[in-house]
Design a protein around this ligand. Sequence first.
Ligand code: DGL
Length: 279
Amino acid sequence: MNECAIGVFDSGLGGLTCVKELNRILPNENIVYFGDTARVPYGTRSRETIMEYAEQDINFIKKHNAKLIIAACGTVSSVLGADKKNAGNIPFTGVLLPTAQTACKITKNGRIGVIGTPATINSGAYVKAIKNIRPDVSVTGNACPLFVPLVEYGFTGKDDPIVKLAVEKYLAPIKACDVDVLILGCTHYPMIKDAISEYMGSSVSLISSSGEAAKYALALLTEKNMLSGRSETGKNVYYTSDSIELFEENAHAFLGDTIGGEVHKVGIDELISAAQDPA
Ligand code: DGL
């Protein structure tokens, strides 16, 4: 079991920012990644549709014998809620709880900002998770619907005028609340963290939900005695529901390196049958 892969999924490529962190802090682990690139974005869809897709994604990953499943997607994590700790008999985590815990730990002035997709912010899940941990803290959230398409189209430079304009538009109400911690509640957002940081200023700590989920995975696998005993570097295998070529072309920007693993195509019909016939 310890030599099984960590399963990671996202609506698209954003979850690769979590894979990048996993590769850094757990270099000997195998990773199986699914990006639902044919159906991204999830964050502007209804709760029912997101739940349906999440179930398909989880069951697809389960079929690959994962020892831990990570929903490296703020949208799915928020819709499923912080209480989901297992997928059948497999440990499960979203990005929500680890990120909320860290934000509560590091805020000094008790004012936390959170940005995410419309589904993440409208779910109220971050506010609920944070208030459960620290009822005294105030939370200001804002949905940033243009961030995912900007990142997916490669607009990530901190001096890019389109990025700067979008950052200013979405973050002005949060900056006005004098937060000292800002949660990047979508796993695409680390790609534009330099622009966000420049706008918010150096006194605001940015928390990457991808990075927090990866740290949580390390702690969980250590606690459960489930770390791989492999001495060589682990392998990454990727699955995409759209073009393999497009995945390969875009993924390295998220991973900050070559993707270093095979990419396979999975059809939507396969995802649907994975949910109908769970592992
Ligand atoms: N990476 C997803 C998230 O963290 C992307 C959003 C989407 O599919 O809309 O929410």
